[in-house]
Design a protein around this ligand. Structure first.
Ligand SMILES: NC(=O)c1ccc[n+]([C@@H]2O[C@H](COP(=O)([O-])OP(=O)(O)OC[C@H]3O[C@@H](n4cnc5c(N)ncnc54)[C@H](O)[C@@H]3O)[C@@H](O)[C@H]2O)c1
Length: 338
């Protein structure tokens, strides 16, 4: 395993957070790439990256033998092609969420990642959000007992983004943004066995898909869940998440500086709410990159590998299917088995 990370970043909009994440880990950026020259040059100037290290064609990154780590933040529809080209060239890849928009693309990425010796990680950044890291710690400590119900939401106003690739009919809001809430729930309680969903369409008539969806889900072990996704909501961005356990309840949000914890005494009485202060950092790209670099340098498993990223999208696809057919759908995890 190489001990020096030679990093390139593709996509210079949200992808600038990857540049900053890598830089904050003390890594020098070997190259940046964006097919839009204005975006490329602006990022180059912002981070002091010279023009000879700036490329408009991602194949220049693929073919550069010195580069061994690449982050990808380009429209979701292109993740499969670019990620697979990079993996086939032996690069370690950190690819933005959602991993892909179709089952065919998920299958291909999983296959190519399996065939590669390189590490592949999907940027499910909420797993590095301080409030959600803390929630995971509290759940695993047993403080709130056994979970019997979990709900999460992704409410984010996309009004200004309706004219972009985000309006592609395949890029349903449940997949594009809702994947954050679905992934968070999967991380905390596991894979849902069945989902049922309703959609409404009142806020963004310009897009072809529903702008609000509510999904309920059934897990093994007597656990139920709910995800609400709104891409036209009239409020600040939130991923409010409530975890109900047999001994307590936890309320948290990626955009709130406090979490609320209820626990019970020895007689089962609910004690007054405790407030836990937490840092607000809903795009913790520094921690994400640090974890990815650690996996590469120390040959550790990746937290959100191609299968994890695929399972999250599979649940999202099932939610969309249920909202269209009016029938419950069982996510199909079979194609992800080795
Ligand atoms: N983790 C998060 O919270 C989060 C937030 C925002 C976006 N994202 C994800 O990041 C990705 C990018 O989103 P964005 O908001 O930056 O989109 P964007 O459309 O604002 O920017 C995409 C950039 O990629 C460039 N690009 C497009 N195709 C390219 C190619 N083939 N080669 C090189 N450059 C290319 C574009 O010119 C543009 O500069 C998407 O997958 C999105 O879902 C994740």
């Amino acid at each position: 395993m190489e001990k020096k990370l030679v990093v390139a970043n593709i996509g210079m909009q949200f992808g600038m957070s990857h540049v900053e994440g890598a830089m904050s880990c003390g890594v020098e950026i070997a190259a940046i790439c964006d097919c839009n020259e204005a975006n490329l040059r602006a990022a180059g100037e912002r981070y002091g990256i010279p023009e000879e290290k700036q490329f408009t064609d991602y194949m220049d990154i693929v073919n550069n033998k010195d580069i061994n780590v690449v982050t990808v933040a380009i429209p979701d529809q292109q993740h499969k092609k670019v990620a697979c080209d990079l993996l086939r060239a032996g690069k370690h890849v950190l690819c933005e969420k959602p991993l892909a928009l179709t089952r065919e693309d998920l299958e291909e990425i999983v296959k190519v990642a399996d065939e590669s010796d390189a590490k592949f990680m999907v940027g499910q950044i909420c797993r590095f959000t301080p409030a959600f890291e803390k929630a995971k710690e509290i759940v695993e400590s047993g403080t709130i007992g056994e979970i019997y119900f979990i709900e999460s939401e992704y409410a984010h106003d996309y009004m200004k983004l309706v004219d972009t690739w985000r309006s592609d009919p395949d890029r349903h809001g449940v997949i594009g943004g809702g994947c954050h809430a679905v992934d968070l729930i999967r991380w905390l309680v596991g894979d849902p066995q069945e989902v049922f969903a309703y959609g409404t369409h009142k806020l963004l008539p310009q897009v072809s898909y529903d702008d609000a969806t509510i999904a309920i889900m059934k897990f093994d072990e007597n656990v139920a869940g709910k995800v609400f996704v709104s891409t036209g909501c009239k409020r600040d961005y939130t991923m409010r998440t409530v975890i109900y356990g047999t001994k307590g309840t936890l309320i948290c949000d990626n955009t709130s500086p406090t979490m609320t914890l209820f626990v019970t005494d020895d007689d089962g009485n609910t004690l007054p709410a405790q407030t836990i202060d937490v840092q607000v950092n809903n795009h913790n790209a520094a921690k994400e990159f640090e974890v990815f670099a650690d996996a590469i340098l120390n040959d550790k498993p990746v937290l959100t590998d191609a299968r994890e990223g695929s399972k999250t999208v599979e649940v999202c696809l099932s939610i969309v299917e249920s909202s269209k057919t009016g029938k419950p759908v069982r996510p199909d995890y079979e194609f992800l088995k080795k």
